[in-house]
Ligand binder design. Sequence first.
Ligand code: FPP
Length: 242
Amino acid sequence: MDRIPKHIAIVMDGNGRWAKRQNRPRFWGHKRGVERVRSTVEGCLDLGVEALTLFAFSTENWKRPEEEVSFLMGLFVSSLNKEVKRLHKNGIRLRIIGETGRFPQQLQEAIIEAEMLTQHNSKLFLNIAANYGGRWDITKATQQLCRHVAEGKLDPEKVTSELLHQQILLSDLPEPDLFIRTGGEQRISNFLLWQMAYCELFFTDLYWPEFDREALKVAIDSFAERQRRFGRTGDQLKAESK
Ligand code: FPP
């Protein structure tokens, strides 16, 4: 594999349906989902991917039954506590992106601890999107620029997409170049809307608990075969690569 994406973004979908197919409760699927988080992180480390962003909980997920939401919160806390040392040992920097202020206190504390412990690592940038929405991200960035204008520090005529980009989450990382969604749906679901402007999209019918390292390789192989033109012609690209 000679073309490895720099930044992979994943919507991990299908835990519930995977469990149901085996007459198990949805919780079972989420638990098995955590194992796939581990194997995907390690797969990315081994392949030299620079950044991995996983959608763990959207702003819409609060609408799920109360007991499922609280199970997921507990699972996030126990996974963080269990995995953080291993992440640190592997040189991984963990960041949680989203409105974490709405999470239970225990989860907020586990997040701060994990982020502090791993803050100087750079072998893989692992971002977990939790209570995240792409429109929320863009709105927050816009508010920040508006503040600068209101304070007289910024001329509205000088607002550029680069300036806005600097206020968007993960602007210090390469933009996602491969988006993967498991579970058979072909939607972006308000994930990294700004960041994925030029991203290659890959959809698979596999449910998230089935997404093993082989499946990751299939997605990366598909990415490697695609020609990314960024608006230019194929001939231009050929000439530039000579
Ligand atoms: C989507 O499956 C999955 C979620 C909403 C939760 C994602 C959580 C995990 C993979 C486990 C924990 C993750 C971390 C980062 C520790 P679904 O429930 O929407 O499945 P369905 O579409 O079949 O109902």
